[in-house]
Design a protein around this ligand. Structure first.
Ligand code: ATP
Length: 347
């Protein structure tokens, strides 16, 4: 069993705290995405897990064993770095088997394992090539195969797909996820791409400024964000300043009654924001809904985006192509926010 328990993990560089008191549990066999904006501490946290950074405080327990002070080469973790760090002077097979070579494993075993792993990542027969004879996606697969060479109990990847173009990247996201499902290895991937995290993860860990903001299943984090940072970072959200009263919010002088299913994460009287996803914005006539003006309409192929001005606040609404509302730029319309899907968060 290789569940990970992080207990108060902290990393300071001088007076700057890059990872701040992180406590969480990662279940055995799960696929976890560490997600957050640039500089929030994702890579530092991953390096703490790998043992490549020494923590300033806290403990790391792996499968019930305290590994806080175990050096990186004594942890049976596989790692894929953002730069890939493949060796140009070695063949593809030698690259893949490199972790076995430095552990002194016999040549025949290395070759067998390399062939096995290359088949796993669909590079059969490419073992004798050099790295420069591979495409970007193939190099990515070599790095993934090498990370798996020692049959690790935990697989750590730092932005493994960031160098790929959008199409290949989406393809590799699915492939990496399927591979992990087949192997069942506990996997932690750093990404700053929320769509990537939502595609691959069982569990998303959202970080900001070194601190964990929320841990949960992707849809849970999307539907039920813990705070305005998470709501704004995961997917798109309309965040409207409001005041919370007992059973209603006041948005720009307009009272909106709350339903029991709407989620309220702050106290009455607090300055708050009302978070509404674009797909939960409905358009009606100006007399019925909150009055707003259509400022732009964008056809995105698989959806139609309508941008609106609501008393100086930008609001985005999203529709399936078949549900395109009959409105034009400049029209005055009424806004409604789908009852039950609204979240009131601390400002
Ligand atoms: P990105 O998405 O840009 O890679 P990140 O979330 O992975 O960012 P980290 O690389 O973990 O962020 O860095 C977190 C913070 O710690 C940054 O402000 C960074 O400048 C700082 N930091 C990282 N490593 C060091 C170091 N060795 N010395 C000093 N500061 C560091």
């Amino acid at each position: 069993m290789t569940e990970l328990s992080l207990r108060g993990l902290t990393k300071r560089f001088g007076t700057f705290t890059a990872v701040d008191d992180v406590t969480l549990d990662i279940p055995d066999g799960s696929f976890v995405c560490l997600l957050g904006p640039s500089g929030c501490g994702k890579t530092t946290l991953l390096r703490l897990l790998a043992g490549l950074e020494t923590q300033s405080a806290g403990r790391l327990v792996v499968g019930g064993q305290d590994q806080t002070d175990v050096p990186p080469d004594k942890r049976d973790f596989g790692m894929v770095f953002q730069s890939l760090a493949l060796f140009p002077h070695l063949t593809v097979a030698e690259n893949v088997a490199y972790p076995l070579a430095i552990r002194g494993r016999p040549k025949a075993e290395r070759r067998r394992r390399a062939d096995e792993l290359l088949a796993l990542v669909q590079l059969d027969g490419m073992g004798d090539r050099r790295i420069h004879q591979l495409s970007g996606g193939q190099r990515q697969r070599v790095a993934i195969a090498r990370g798996l060479a020692i049959d690790p109990s935990v697989f750590l990847l730092d932005e493994p797909l960031s160098a790929l173009d959008a199409n290949l990247r989406e393809h590799m996201q699915v492939e990496l996820r399927q591979l992990q499902q087949r192997l069942g290895v506990t996997t932690v991937v750093v990404t700053h791409d929320q769509k990537e995290a939502l595609t691959m993860a069982d569990i998303v860990i959202v970080m900001n400024k070194g601190r964990v903001q929320q841990v949960g299943a992707p849809m849970e984090v999307y539907r039920d964000p813990a705070n305005a940072f998470v709501a704004g970072f995961i997917g798109t959200s309309n965040l409207l300043p409001c005041a919370l009263h007992d059973d209603a919010v006041d948005v720009m002088g307009h009272k909106i009654a709350l339903a029991p299913e709407d989620r309220v994460k702050c106290a009455t009287g607090d300055d708050a924001v009302l978070s509404v996803r674009p797909e939960d914005v409905r358009l009606t006539d100006a007399e019925t809904g909150l009055p707003a003006r259509v400022t732009f309409i964008r056809d995105l192929g698989d959806s139609v985006q309508v941008m609106l001005d609501f008393d100086g606040q930008d609001v985005t609404a999203l529709f399936a192509p078949g549900a395109r509302p009959d409105v034009a730029q400049g029209d005055t319309v009424g806004l409604e926010f789908a009852s039950g899907n609204r979240v009131v968060l601390p400002a």
